[in-house]
Design a protein around this ligand. Sequence first.
Ligand SMILES: NC(=O)c1ccc[n+]([C@@H]2O[C@H](COP(=O)([O-])OP(=O)(O)OC[C@H]3O[C@@H](n4cnc5c(N)ncnc54)[C@H](OP(=O)(O)O)[C@@H]3O)[C@@H](O)[C@H]2O)c1
Length: 316
Amino acid sequence: MHYRPLGKSGLQVSEVGHGLWGMGSWSGSDDDTSRAALRRSIEGGCTFYDSAFVYGDGRSDKLIGEVARAYPQKALVLASKIPPADFAWPSKPTNQLHAIFPRGHVLDYAKRISDAFGRPIDLLQFHVWEDSWAHDAEWQDTVAELKSTGRIKAFGLSLNRWQPENGLAAIATGFVDSVQVIYNIFDAAPEDKLFPACRAHNVGVIARVPLDEGSLGGRLTAETRFPDGDWRARYFNSDNLAKTLPRIAALNALRPEGMSLPEMALRYILSEPTVSTVIVGMRKLAHVDDNLALSDKGPLPPALLATLRRHRWNRP
Ligand SMILES: NC(=O)c1ccc[n+]([C@@H]2O[C@H](COP(=O)([O-])OP(=O)(O)OC[C@H]3O[C@@H](n4cnc5c(N)ncnc54)[C@H](OP(=O)(O)O)[C@@H]3O)[C@@H](O)[C@H]2O)c1
């Protein structure tokens, strides 16, 4: 496993990280399997764990906190996210910072997350962001207070789905150590403006949804259905599924011999040096083993990367 700096935070993170949304709130999760997957990834050299309070109302925060306590000798970096006070996704451009991340709400949820972790929070992120808030002193003062009291080590933003440029002003303030953004073969727009800004301000990049919620895992078919209540039932609705499957088929046709689709998708992201860590949702031991092993395989060949760039999918 290779490690990269998380921007200017002083934290080093494994370049393959572990995303915990699935084990917090997707159908098909059970806590014993999730604990086993977390133990396997810690033992395999993964050090970055991305949770959020909203993933099962603290469920994944508690799971990783509990498992991490058994590995005091490992330099694990535990990240989580403060939900917006209105608990509404997606965020609206008309939202006011004071209504969404008031000081009391942020301090309250930071305490809940830290209690679940059983230790200070290595990286605390806001779970939505509107860049019109960038120069508002309320969040800047709250973040400075959380750092000075030792509740958090670093602070980051989780940028809204398919809005990689809705964070550029905040990055320039110097208060942000990392951004978390959707980045994969399809959703390559962060390469345009976000990554150059992160390089200029030494802000870490957490690449999320690397397998497009599973389509780049290669197992979806026209018959795939998810149970009601599972977020993927909405995401992979019949319209999106019909648009996605031919794109997956086109990528499959490009795979070099012996390379699986998830390997090609994850190594595409690891080939980008601006990325600090790619957080893959992993609940199965086999996925942990396969994905962690990719770090040692290195970047994709330049010719394949250039071809894959033509499969970018700009979504509104
Ligand atoms: N900030 C935000 O608003 C936000 C939003 C979305 C995600 N995230 C973060 O990003 C993380 C990753 O995104 P995600 O979990 O939504 O989606 P993802 O990583 O794009 O896809 C996860 C899916 O891929 C499957 N998978 C993993 N490795 C595989 C492999 N080697 N072969 C085939 N399939 C494989 C997983 O299987 P299993 O079902 O068996 O586990 C799961 O179904 C989340 O867990 C979360 O930490 C943050």
